[in-house]
Design a protein around this ligand. Sequence first.
Ligand SMILES: *Cc1c(COP(=O)(O)O)cnc(C)c1O
Length: 376
Amino acid sequence: MIPFNRPHLFGNELQYITDAVKSGKISGDGIFTQKCHEFFEQQFGFRRVLLTSSCTDAIEMISLLSNIKEGDEIIAPSFTFVSTVNPFVMRGANIVFCDVRNDVPCIDESKIESLISLRTRAIVVMHYAGIACNMDEILKIANKHNLLVIEDAAQAVNASYNNTPLGSFGSFSAFSFHETKNVMAGEGGMIVLNNDQYIERAEIIREKGTDRSKFFRGEVNKYQWVDIGSSFLPSEITAAFLYAQLEHLDDISKKRHQLWNTYYSELSPLQNEGKLKLPQIPAYAQHNAHIFYIVTENPEDRTRLMQHLSDKGIMAIFHYQPLHSSNFWHSRYSGPRLENTDRFAETLLRLPLYYSLSQSEVKMIASEAKNFYNGR
Ligand SMILES: *Cc1c(COP(=O)(O)O)cnc(C)c1O
């Protein structure tokens, strides 16, 4: 049986957790949280990062920091996870869904401007599979209309746009360390603050609306309630686990790229014969091999291919059901048909991709896909 994902331990996870427990400080913002913060600030040049309990939590913090309120509008893709938009809906915002591009399931920058109204506050982008959205165009539009840019970079650790790390473009960005992501801590996330003006309030919102972070640094002699907030910080146990993974980030990226490239070359003949499409990575995007997906000609092909692979013990799975037509939202949606969104929802199929997968397993999976197409 080849699962879709299998979490990998690099060896120091349990040691670091033991160290954290033995140090006597298991709550948040201890030594391992600090090490993770420094790692991201140094490696990627992010202005300031704060670990959170999840990417969803980080986006909730972003929604609070942006002062999103009743009636505000947020432009976001529909082909994404609910957490890209739910935190804004929780604050009373309306989501104006934008279609994704024809070549990659990332927001179609050419369709954003027509969706802007006087109530629009932010453009939220999501870098699908770690493939960058067209950030130059998106920033141009945002600057022209004075809108915030927010990156849901949940899948985008160690991926770039024109060689600048994803997560550095938005006023705010959010990353995930969920078990299914390239580096993981079971559950975990991070907010990136690229704009000095939000840093102090972010620390307060993350610490239940108190100035405890200042107190810990000795900047105030007692801490107190100063704003709204919640408990967004993870314990040191999470940070210790995450740090053990971060030490292997280069290795993780390299291995995933090798597997991704093998899928690509093994499946290229099927693409050349017009039987399916492989990912079309724009020239500005340096992705992180988070997902290997194929796009089938039609939904029936996908269903049958999934079944064929499943019969051979290979777990391939489709991805997002569009948010604009979900049970929760469809009655609120009055925009046009989102053609590319619907097409990717119906025809995109993700193949197994994880650190401990072998080259020979990838070749076997690819050859089963070829058997499926050639045997018909
Ligand atoms: C995984 C993911 C999230 C949620 O991350 P959590 O850490 O589980 O909250 C949000 N957005 C996208 C695009 C994701 O892939």
